[in-house]
Design a protein around this ligand. Structure first.
Ligand SMILES: Cc1cc2nc3c(=O)[nH]c(=O)nc-3n(C[C@H](O)[C@H](O)[C@H](O)COP(=O)(O)OP(=O)(O)OC[C@H]3O[C@@H](n4cnc5c(N)ncnc54)[C@H](O)[C@@H]3O)c2cc1C
Length: 387
């Protein structure tokens, strides 16, 4: 008689998804000597060989990604209908990273760690059996003590009504113009001078040189648009605001980031933690995720050393409530965004706004930020939440 013994491959940790959060976590585990005896499997359905996004974030002085930064700006512009301001943002810089440079750099590093294996395969199932977790892919099955999952599913957000769900949705064109049309020193953080059409709509412009830049049409709203509408708006902006009709579209990017205070951690268990956008690491009020993921990864690595259940990793703080009020306002009346962001930039310095969005302010600074916004909107939203 012949017996087949099926031995499932075992890892201490499995990371699902080699995007921003998966790669940052794998790299953090690979560089920390504490984890040198832990085996790690990183799985992604893609080879991560395309430049599918551009990441921007603000940061004080030098940072973890400086060797792969493509461009940084020391000044930002903010525009609204009858208002415009240019700010020097020192000690911050607004930094830009090309997705492909990040994937190449991090995958190279990860391949040099002996205890980490990268596998290209599609994950089809993840089940926590209390003492271990089974992860199934299209071609194999694996078992792990702990699993970090970055697969995000919008459906979960729409299956509940407790928390409003907005989307930060955008299309951007990387253009090259015949004549100088950009000021490469200034990034346009938000340009609300464009028609709002009862939404929160703005243009985001990242100039790389006098003739090259990214022009992105962005909305914070519940519904996405037809692709043509984003493209028409970009074309109009380049013609009317940048005064150009002779340019080449070199590349395009398209994105959609959830803006919600939904309780993502409810899906975590003792041995499974959702990370990245899937773990609620996208800042609900802005969609900025990259630097938050860097911070959360550091917190997570310290947390893993305590060997506590993964379900106790996440917690709510006062910033969660601030974000919730803003989303309640924009969900109820999406046209209020322009007024809120304009008041914010009129009443506070970008340095204080960045500090607040990084959730590093003290209560006195919070009050300064909040009082610069239209108070009646927030009082009404607070009242509606409480009662
Ligand atoms: C175009 C774009 C631009 C953005 N720009 C910014 C920005 O400027 N600043 C900022 O802070 N944030 C930005 N974001 C938001 C956020 O930083 C990114 O979405 C970021 O990539 C989120 O990281 P993540 O790890 O959660 O998800 P991802 O990076 O999307 O990684 C998830 C990974 O899971 C893999 N995967 C999915 N399903 C499976 C499966 N079944 N099996 C195996 N693998 C699977 C995917 O292939 C992917 O590699 C942007 C997002 C987009 C889409």
């Amino acid at each position: 008689m012949i017996f087949f013994i099926f031995v499932q491959k075992y890892y201490d940790y499995i990371i699902i998804g080699a995007g921003a959060s998966g790669l940052m976590l794998a790299n953090a585990l690979g560089t920390d000597p504490y984890f040198k005896d832990k085996t790690v499997l990183l799985i992604d359905k893609d080879a991560k060989k395309t430049n599918d996004r551009t990441w921007c974030f603000w940061e004080k002085n030098e940072g973890d990604f400086d060797t792969i930064i493509a461009k940084s700006w020391s000044q930002i512009d903010f525009y609204s209908k009858d208002y415009g301001v240019n700010h020097k943002i020192a000690p911050y810089k607004y930094k830009m990273l090309r997705g492909l440079d990040f994937y190449n750099n991090f995958l190279d590093k990860i391949q040099s760690y002996e205890n980490i294996t990268f596998l290209q395969d599609m994950v089809t199932g993840v089940v926590d059996h209390n003492n271990y977790v089974d992860v199934t892919t299209q071609s194999e099955g694996f078992r792990a003590t702990r699993v970090f999952n970055s697969i995000f599913n919008y459906k979960l957000l729409h299956q509940q009504t407790k928390y409003p769900v907005l989307q930060q949705h955008f299309i951007g064109w990387f253009i090259k113009s015949d004549k100088p049309i950009f000021n490469p020193e200034n990034a346009t953080f938000m340009d609300f001078s464009i028609p709002q059409k009862a939404n929160t709509r703005f243009m985001y412009v990242l100039p790389f040189s006098e003739t090259e830049g990214l022009v992105e049409y962005t909305l914070f709203s519940a519904e996405t648009l037809d692709e043509q509408e984003y493209e028409d708006a970009i074309k109009k902006y380049i013609k009317e605001n940048l005064k150009s009709i002779d340019y080449e579209i070199v590349e395009k990017e398209k994105g959609n980031i959830p803006m919600t205070c939904y309780n993502f951690s409810a899906k975590n268990s003792e041995n499974i933690l959702h990370i990245g956008v899937a773990g609620g690491w996208a800042k609900a009020s802005t969609g900025y995720t990259f630097m938050n993921t860097n911070r959360k990864t550091k917190e997570l690595v310290a947390f893993l050393k305590k060997d506590k259940p993964l379900s106790s990793f996440s917690h709510k703080d006062r910033y969660w409530y601030y974000d919730l009020l803003l989303l309640d306002i924009l969900y109820k009346d999406n046209s209020k965004g322009r007024r809120i962001f304009e008041s914010l930039f009129r009443g506070s310095s970008p340095q204080l706004i960045f500090k607040f969005l990084d959730e590093e302010t003290n209560i006195r600074e919070d009050l300064k930020i909040i009082s610069s916004c239209p108070k009646s909107f927030f009082i009404k939203a607070l009242f509606n939440r409480l009662f």
